[in-house]
Design a protein around this ligand. Sequence first.
Ligand code: GDL
Length: 456
Amino acid sequence: MSQPSEAFFAGVIEGFYGPPWRHSQRTELFGLMEKWGLGAYFYGPKDDLRHRTIWRETYPESEAARLVEVIAECSRRGRTFYYMLGPGLDLRFASGCDRDRLKARFGQLLSLGCRNFALLFDDIPDRMDPLDLKRFGSFASAQCDVANELFHWVRGQHATSRFLFCPTPYCGRMAECRLGGTGYLETVGRELLPEIGVCWTGPEIISREISVPHVRELRQLLRRAPVIWDNLHANDYDGRRIFLGPYSGRPAELRREVAGLLTNPNTEYPVNYPALRTFAEFVNHDGEWNPRAAYTQALAEWLPRFATVGQPIAAADLSLFGDACYLPYEDGPAAVDLFMALRRLLATESARWTPELIGAFREPATRLRDFCSRTAELQDRALFAALSRRTWELREELDLLLTYVRTKEADPHAPAISDFHLPGTYRGGYVARLQQLLRQRPDGVFEPSLVQQDTF
Ligand code: GDL
């Protein structure tokens, strides 16, 4: 059993958009966090209505009773529970009434057993009421003023309470665009009480890498080391993806440069094992960091959850699937090999295909397709439910490709038509059609695609 260090924040944020996790999932999470040495859990699901949309309202009795259980379970496991509140959508900074509402919210949570808090100003309109602007002069000053008051108030109730703050520009790109106003971060550095930690997601909202120089530069502005809110494994921004790859793109030295490392992972709790396991390993690991080794180890531990009602699933097949759902900016090596084999095949005239060329694609594609089909046999139905839309889509695409290759192999001149993949049903739907109209180039620029869509 690992004991977390008090000063350093290391843990998990339930801070994504989409359905919040279930009570039983949080209970399991706290057990894993205890085993893996992650000390802090942050409750802040964007779609808990009282976290953001109707932040002024306290929890009704039934929901409060649930929270009591979650908080108690968290502390039974020796983990620290943080409640995050995001009032920024419509908070009136100068309003005494709104400040009282904030205190009432934190007051209720204190009465439920919560001792630690965070005030979030992420993903909110970048403008302020004219009265607030007149009184505080800037967004940053207004937010710091509220956070400082709340911090004093909470400390007045509990001398050891800890407090975090999430700025409106919470990554390098947002700061460069001057989101929140000129000098926002400098103002926070100056005016936010030094005891309050500041969250930061890295150069981007979803950062491929977070480097030591990047963090050092930010430390100067904030006058404190940031707490990294890492969205590497968050998938709420794209409903078709899940991320099973290892925590990576962060050097081992980063741990010494920041005040904490927190991960905000996939919305679907059951698929988070590799994300959380490798993250915990990174946080508590000494010396060089080898993400691939951590991934292999995590998958080996995860494999028993893939017990089926039929034949067992092989470790290599789970690994291939994991490689196909790796990280936002990166596919795993086996998935890259499969993709390249397919590209080579399709770039060659089918009349000139060799058995080697076909086999390099067909073997792993068949294995991956079969893995996807087999997830329907999982005993863990919650895991099946979390995977099912993605495994179905991947299986369907692989089926189509295998059918195409089989048709062309038999007769290179035969038209490749599949009865199972008809226009309008397969790859169909309104979003797919909208996506076809505007394409994104590899350099990020969007431009119209010259597609003919006169018919359905
Ligand atoms: C965000 C949101 C977060 C969301 C993530 C990924 C922060 C501070 N806020 O911008 O709730 O899950 O992106 O979409 O990261």
